[in-house]
Design a protein around this ligand. Structure first.
Ligand code: HEM
Length: 352
């Protein structure tokens, strides 16, 4: 499963890109509404997501103001029993992101909308049903890149993965993942990472769909077509959309058009509701920057060459492999020539 334990202090990371993420996510929420932020009501066999969503926004606010007091400021009410405040502090009433001068009233606004705008994370709340399965009952998935919350919300963990044809899910992941969810305790949060590649249009391409998101953080439009026509089974546009020209694929013109997309995913159980919070923080890097790092081009090329057929399909390798591999091989050759790496140095695995 590729998970490792997480230090409690490392739950959420905030960096200098907070304003950019905030802008993109606000725009996504404004334009896509409940396709990107939604809390399901209860249904037979599984509770709704609203108590967990409320608990989450208070947990996040407590965490953020303690870890980043230079970025967040809160006001609190007088302490009462059953408050969400930590260490006996009164419950937070409002939280301000100081560099942005934006304030959210926690008991007045949609908790998941606020939770995702406070951070750089996408958020999924998984709730145990009476059948022991975990259901995706609430989420704020504003910048998923390659999947849509509307296709997955309400589904149990196995269906989320099987509908997306995640390689080897049934064979290798399903049992251990379900056991892991059952056992995950409040004090044992974990992290995992993944990576993929995506193509982006040139900066001056008139067909760019989202002007404030040149790296296609929100949706990998150039790689898999427009979000509104996405068919998760085919991992691309519905065939009729392709035929009517609503989507158009372009191979990357050069390595300048390829990005590494990597997610830092956290899992922790909330103490009161018992829901599991899945946090997804996405980072995007130009390949041309990464290839300057000693040893990276060689290791990245050998990682891509080692993907089995199902992983290659899942990661849409055929769309970019010629361009990326020739660029990485050439960068690797230059690093060997310059004495930066040795030709036989395979000491580390890319990227983690
Ligand atoms: C330890 C926990 C988990 C493991 C080991 C896991 C594993 C995976 C793997 C291997 C993939 C393929 C892409 C990648 O490498 O990341 C994937 C995709 C995905 N996972 Fe998970 N997952 C976990 C938890 C979750 C949770 C809690 C959700 C809840 C929303 C979730 C939602 C998804 C979705 C939506 C995709 C994309 C599916 C698609 O392409 O349609 N995963 N997961």
């Amino acid at each position: 499963m590729g998970i490792r334990s997480m230090r409690w202090d490392d739950w959420i990371e905030i960096d200098h890109e907070l304003p950019k993420y905030h802008l993109i996510r606000s725009e996504r929420i404004r334009t896509r509404g409940d396709k990107v932020v939604k809390t399901l009501p209860p249904r037979p066999g599984v509770a709704g997501g609203s108590s967990a969503a409320v608990e989450l926004v208070y947990e996040l606010s407590e965490f953020l103001v303690r870890k980043y007091p230079q970025i967040y400021k809160v006001t609190r009410r007088k302490a009462q029993t059953e408050d969400f405040g930590w260490y006996g502090d009164g419950q937070i009433e409002s939280i301000t992101i100081l560099p942005l001068q934006v304030t959210y009233e926690l008991d007045k606004e949609d908790p998941l909308r606020v939770a995702t705008l406070l951070t750089q994370e996408d958020l999924a709340l998984m709730i145990e049903g009476s059948d022991g399965k975990y259901y995706f009952q609430a989420g704020a998935i504003t910048v998923p890149g390659f999947w849509r919350m509307e296709d997955k919300i309400g589904l149990p963990l196995e269906e989320i993965h099987l509908t997306g044809d995640v390689p080897q899910y049934r064979e290798k992941l399903q049992n251990s993942l379900e056991r892991f969810f059952f056992k995950l305790s409040v004090n044992k949060p974990v992290l995992r990472n993944n990576y993929s590649f995506q193509i982006v249009r040139d900066a001056n391409d008139p067909q760019r769909t989202i002007s404030n998101d040149p790296d296609e953080l929100a949706w990998s439009d150039t790689t898999i077509g427009h979000e509104d026509y996405y068919d998760q089974k085919g991992r691309g546009p519905f065939s009729d959309a392709q035929q009517t020209g609503k989507v158009e694929f372009r191979p990357p013109g050069s390595a300048e058009n390829i990005r590494l997309r990597t997610e830092r995913q956290g899992l922790r159980r909330l103490p009161r509701s018992g829901a599991i919070v899945f946090t997804i923080r996405t980072y995007i890097f130009p390949i041309t920057d990464l290839a300057k790092e000693p040893g990276v081009p060689g290791r990245m090329a050998s990682a891509i060459r080692s993907w089995p057929a199902d992983v290659s399909r899942y990661k849409a390798k055929r769309l970019y492999d010629d361009v990326i591999l020739s660029y990485l091989d050439e960068s690797h050759r230059k690093q060997i020539e310059a004495g930066v790496v040795r030709a036989d140095d395979h000491s580390s695995n890319y990227p983690y």
